[in-house]
Write a protein that binds this ligand. Structure first.
Ligand SMILES: Cc1ncc(COP(=O)(O)O)c(C=O)c1O
Length: 431
């Protein structure tokens, strides 16, 4: 049988990060020593109290309400009141799903209007938009502007494009892949532009609780009526495989929330019951969550800062990461040298890196909505033993700084991999 797939999806590929990860795993299994910086998931163990609670609730086998367990939605509101000082959301504004990815997809699916994604972008937004029958618009940012959206960029973009009346922009703050984040002042100005151009924003804040200086501000503070907050447990609580995420809607967008809830009822029914009970209990001890986040953030800060200074010391350009576990280095500095070796695309450069110094990073290029000839890459600084590092950080306590050699001693594969990459860059300069 032929022509079974929608023609607009003819070249639709699996999530490139997942596919590349499988390839690297095969190489590692075959005995190759590889510094695996290509897959972004938390290196730390799940919050311990949640693991205990999950064991207790393993027998919960009933379907739960589509929007999620009421106690969980209340706990989510309390969590955001503590960490974001939101005092106006109630459980009816929240939808819980099996990961925020699924919920983002459903919003795009039910949305009547145009979808705007920002470049560089997390590898999933655009493919989801296409799957949901949109032809997304791409709004470009630049390394010189720290990969940030500005009111000026929005104004120019809106002038150039004739868009439908309703617009949904996906903003990732803090950002995967660039590690950049917005200040309150920047969000305030952006909110004016969003209002002026009638743009609803899906503010993906999944990395907000691992912003290193704990200064995250939600766009919803400045643009409450037009912001859907998307977040979950995958990043700060290291529970990606538990599949629990949620969205918070303002009352002005309740029409969208209701449509997403209906779509949820016809697709995933409800997020896993034992996980919902376990997470509810975890949220009931917010001081414990706070302590866990602070330890994880300060370690990721140390590792990200190390990667940034080492790579930029040999001329590679990047924004200094402010949250999460990604840096988006641009290897423009060796472009001409690589050209002399016949290497002209980012994919080819990443293949050479992997073959010649055992470093696996994801090529920028179309997967991140970047041009093929741009030498940007996404490097996830997570291949280290997070359990060991967390135990060490806790043994020190939060009042004592991590020692100078923390990365070398507790995140050794990251330390060695970055040194190998640095040497490789210097070697290229000889060509
Ligand atoms: C920017 C961003 N948003 C959303 C997600 C999805 O997270 P979840 O596990 O909640 O589906 C990820 C995970 O990689 C991500 O990086």
């Amino acid at each position: 049988m032929a022509d079974l797939v929608r023609t607009d999806l003819a070249e639709y590929a699996p999530a490139s990060n997942l596919q590349f990860n499988e390839h690297i795993r095969d190489l590692i299994q075959s005995g190759r020593k590889i510094f695996h910086f290509a897959f972004g998931q938390s290196p730390f163990p799940v919050v311990e109290s949640a693991v205990q609670a999950l064991k207790v609730h393993a027998g919960e086998n009933a379907y739960l309400p589509v929007a999620g367990l009421k106690q969980l939605r209340q706990a989510i509101c309390d969590f955001h009141q503590k960490f974001d000082q939101f005092d106006y959301f109630d459980p009816d504004d929240v939808i819980v799903g099996p990961g925020s990815k699924e919920l983002i997809y459903l919003v795009m699916h039910v949305f009547n209007g145009d979808v705007i994604v920002i470049s560089p972008s997390w590898t999933t937004y655009k493919p989801q938009a296409r799957l949901a029958h949109h032809k997304p618009y791409v709004l470009d940012t630049s390394l010189d502007g720290d990969w940030k959206l500005t009111p000026k960029l929005i104004g120019e973009f809106m002038k150039k494009n004739q868009m439908k009346k309703n617009r949904l922009l996906i903003l990732n703050n803090p950002d995967n892949p660039t590690g950049t984040s917005y200040s309150g002042a920047e969000l305030q100005k952006l909110s004016e532009a969003f209002r002026e151009h009638n743009i609803i924003v899906l503010s993906d804040e999944i990395y907000s609780r691992i912003r290193y200086d704990h200064s995250h501000v939600s766009l919803a503070k400045f643009y409450p009526e037009g912001t859907i907050i998307s977040t979950g447990l995958s990043k700060w609580a290291s529970a990606g495989g538990w599949r629990l995420g949620y969205h918070i809607y303002p009352s002005e967008l309740s029409e969208l929330r209701k449509a997403v809830k209906s779509a949820a009822s016809h697709t995933y029914t409800s997020a896993p019951s034992p996980v919902q009970y376990a997470v509810t209990e975890m949220f009931q001890n917010l001081d414990l969550c706070d302590d866990y986040m602070k330890h994880c953030s300060r370690m990721l800060d140390a590792v990200g800062t190390y990667c940034y200074w080492e790579l930029t010391s040999v001329g590679v350009k990047a924004v200094k990461p402010t949250a999460g576990y990604y840096i988006f280095p641009d290897f423009e500095v060796i472009k001409e040298n690589l050209k002399r070796r016949g290497i002209t695309t980012c994919e080819e450069m990443c293949k050479a890196m992997l073959d010649e110094c055992g470093v696996a990073v994801m090529a920028g290029g179309p997967a991140f909505l970047r041009p093929v000839e741009e030498l940007t890459t996404r490097l996830c600084y997570v291949p280290f033993d997070g359990g060991n590092a967390l135990a060490f950080s806790r043994s020190l306590g939060l009042d004592t700084d991590l020692p100078e050699n923390f990365v070398r001693d507790y995140c050794t594969p990251v330390y060695e991999g970055i040194q190998a990459l640095k040497k490789w860059v210097l070697d290229q300069k000889k060509h």
